[in-house]
Design a protein around this ligand. Structure first.
Ligand code: ADE
Length: 245
């Protein structure tokens, strides 16, 4: 997969040199281009923002440097088909980033992340990019970050680890939180007893069916306790709960 990032803080992304994603880059599974938006300005001060039309607090990112940056990254000869690159603008006003969206994006050949700062990017940049690419505004959650960089990092990590070959043991992707719509069960390793806390005996029983049932029950219990919104309606009520009159 090819990933391009446009940002005024390219140094933010040096952490992509390390860990699993760093190795994926070395082995060629992920090809990364980080572009400094200021390199696409034409004034002495390398200006990327200006005051908003219509008034209001804060500054808005100017369209011209974004246009130049996107022109350099996107294939301008391409037609806007199903295979057009995906441009993601992280934004608290976007659709929610989920494991399902991460899975969808992990199958794309090219992703471009446009990291906004200040009060956002001039809307015409999004409109222009939509003529060259499949554009998505994506939010990490219902809170506001200072810019798109941290959101982009989180999305690249979530997407990158789903690219075949990036995570050594693909089974670990199957058993983790959100992969089956439920939160993950708790895990234990040796020793069997630590500071008075014991490993649940069923995990030492060797009874694989009992272990699978215990893990599934734990998933349901955890999800019901902290994320009931994730449960399908038929699982939302605990099995041992008294039936309603
Ligand atoms: N930029 C600022 N806040 C954000 C959020 N919650 N998600 C994605 N990008 C953002």
């Amino acid at each position: 997969m090819r990933i391009d990032i446009v940002t005024i803080f390219p140094e933010f992304f040096s952490v992509l040199d390390v860990s699993l994603l760093g190795r994926a880059r070395q082995t060629g599974l992920i090809e990364l281009g980080v572009h400094d938006l200021r390199d696409f300005t034409s004034d002495r001060h390398r200006t990327v923002d200006d005051t908003p039309y219509g008034g209001g607090a804060g500054m808005v990112m100017k369209p011209e440097p974004w246009g130049e940056a996107l022109d350099g990254i996107l294939d301008l000869s391409g037609t806007l088909g199903a295979d057009a690159p995906v441009v993601i603008f992280p934004s608290p006003a976007g659709e929610l980033f989920t494991q399902k969206l991460a899975q969808e994006l992990a199958a794309e050949p090219q992703l471009v992340f446009g990291c906004g700062r200040y009060e956002g990017i001039d809307q015409r940049v999004v409109d222009y990019a939509s003529t060259r690419a499949r554009v998505r505004l994506v939010s990490l959650g219902d809170y506001v970050l200072n810019g798109g960089e941290v959101a982009t990092m989180a999305m690249i990590e979530a997407i990158g680890r789903l690219i075949p070959g990036v995570v050594g043991n693909p089974q670990s992707l199957v058993e983790e939180s959100h992969s089956d719509g439920l939160l993950e069960y708790p895990s234990y390793t040796k020793p069997g007893e630590w500071r008075g806390f014991e490993v649940p005996p069923v995990l030492l029983s060797g009874n694989h069916a009992a272990i699978a049932k215990w893990r599934h029950d734990q998933q349901l219990e955890r999800t019901r306790a902290v994320r009931p919104d994730l449960l399908p309606p038929d699982l939302a009520v605990a099995e041992d709960a008294a039936p309603r009159a």
